[in-house]
Write a protein that binds this ligand. Structure first.
Ligand SMILES: COc1nc(N)nc2c1ncn2[C@H]1C[C@H](O)[C@@H](COP(=O)(O)OP(=O)(O)OP(=O)(O)O)O1
Length: 158
């Protein structure tokens, strides 16, 4: 029987730059990603996204927009990851290194895809051009994508 784990993933944008965090520990350690994590009991996905953004980057987000819904399956693992992707250009504070993440701004022409999850190179172009998207990815191990489906959508519907 499969179960679903809810997670958030937040990207902060400014002009032609995007803020990524280098994951220092845990799932995705050693790779650059947005900021996010598990949605906790009693909080909405949006509340979880805002909390994780602050915990991992020191920034306080404002007006997060949900832009993507990604489902990840890992071969042999009955737990599906349902990752809700958010974007914002509105925030306060300064990015600071935390126990979990080291933030850095990247030009959108210079995103370090070789040091990121292998699905990112497939859906980032949709995010960067301002589209909303839904995707499913089946992984073998942590690197290889066996199959995937990715669609641009008008609206994120659950
Ligand atoms: C499998 O492909 C993935 N690609 C991308 N780009 N991001 C992913 C993928 N799988 C998971 N993620 C994101 C979703 C979350 O933002 C983080 C994982 O969060 P984590 O497991 O670290 O959650 P926390 O609540 O922060 O964990 P702690 O228990 O360490 O606090 O990666």
């Amino acid at each position: 029987m499969t179960t679903r784990k809810l997670l958030s993933l937040v990207f902060v944008r400014e002009a032609s730059k995007i803020l990524l965090g280098y994951k220092k520990r845990g799932f995705g350690q050693g790779w650059w990603n947005g900021f996010g994590g598990k949605v906790e009991k009693g909080e909405t996905i949006m509340q979880g996204a805002l909390r994780e953004l602050t915990e991992e980057s020191g920034l306080i987000g404002d007006s997060l927009e949900e832009i993507g819904l990604l489902t990840f399956e890992f071969e042999g693992d009955p737990v599906l990851l349902e990752v809700h992707v958010f974007s914002t250009t509105k925030f306060s504070g300064k990015p600071e290194e935390t126990e979990e993440m080291r933030p850095a701004w990247f030009d959108i022409q210079d995103i370090p895809f070789k040091k990121m999850w292998s699905d990112d190179v497939l859906w980032f172009p949709l995010m960067l051009k301002g589209s909303k998207f839904k995707g499913y990815f089946l992984f073998k191990g942590l690197h290889d994508i066996l199959k995937y489906k990715l669609d641009e959508v008008d609206k994120i519907e659950y």
